[in-house]
Design a protein. Structure first.
Length: 276
């Protein structure tokens, strides 16, 4: 059964609406929140939840026609319904330049992600314009934040102090890492975001994080501490497997089900390479 939870955050004239969808209710990483602020939508939700996403567009948000669709990055939970939304509304999605070829040509989805999210459909996109605004002219600033993905882009709204964070924030501490993630880049991107003046994070997995700046700062500090501890243990003679077990515990079912694509070992391997 599909999950349906509704979110609403009001700040004067700028109300953010969100609806959580997903095939499996197994925690925040198996569900997705599609956000809308006025006539602007951020990300699309997974393809296997298209019926739910379409209902949101046609029944819940029908009073405000969609003017622009902003994609944070190419991953299948964020972009997979872009082609269908474009066909339904006539809106060509905006996407990071680094993602546009993948989104146009399609790409392979690992088996576990395909089970959870479905497969993406190829879509024609356009690059972010020089100036993105809400309907009232409020600026929406794309901020390139590689690490989780090379193309990951957050959207900062300085007047509202909102940050639509893509996958830059899910929790204050990490225990797993994808094999294609880059921890050095992720920490640098956290520093980039922490130089901005925002309060609220709108995370498509965790939800609305009202102490968003502090949460992101905590994530950055926890990652630095993990890197320092891992590198200290390496200097003491422990190997990668021993360090992983000591700091994060043994590998769990996520590593097994993903074929090692998502694992604790990946995080420690990256932590050992970070330079301060």
């Amino acid at each position: 059964m599909s999950i349906r939870n509704h979110y609403r955050y009001e700040n004067g004239e700028h109300t953010v609406l969100g609806t959580r969808v997903g095939r499996f209710n197994l925690g925040i990483n198996t569900t997705f929140i599609v956000y809308r602020i006025g006539d602007t939508q951020i990300d699309t939700g997974p393809s296997n939840q298209w019926r739910q996403v379409r209902q949101i567009l046609e029944q819940e948000w029908q009073n405000t026609p969609l003017r622009q669709l902003l994609i944070t990055h190419h991953h299948e939970d964020h972009s997979a319904n872009a082609a269908r939304i474009s066909a339904l509304t006539g809106v060509t999605p905006y996407a990071p330049e680094q993602a546009r070829t993948k989104l146009t040509q399609g790409y392979r989805t690992p088996l576990m992600q395909k089970l959870i999210w479905g497969s993406p459909r190829p879509v024609q996109t356009q690059p972010y314009p020089d100036h993105i605004t809400l309907a009232d002219g409020s600026p929406v600033i794309p901020v390139h934040t590689p690490g989780h993905a090379k193309d990951l882009t957050c959207f900062f709204m300085p007047q509202q102090k909102y940050l639509f964070s893509g996958d830059m924030y899910i929790a204050r501490s990490l225990k797993h890492f994808r094999s294609d993630e880059n921890l050095q880049q992720l920490i640098n991107s956290l520093d980039t975001l922490l130089a901005l003046d925002f309060d609220i994070i709108f995370c498509p997995h965790r939800g609305i994080v009202e102490d968003g700046y502090q949460a992101l700062s905590d994530k950055r500090n926890n990652l630095i501490q993990l890197c320092e501890r891992a590198q200290q243990l390496l200097q003491q003679g422990l190997n990668e497997k021993q360090i992983t077990h000591k700091l994060l515990g043994p590998e769990d079912m996520i590593a097994f089900l993903s074929g090692g694509n998502i694992s604790k070992t990946n995080l420690i391997r990256q932590a050992l390479q970070v330079r301060f």
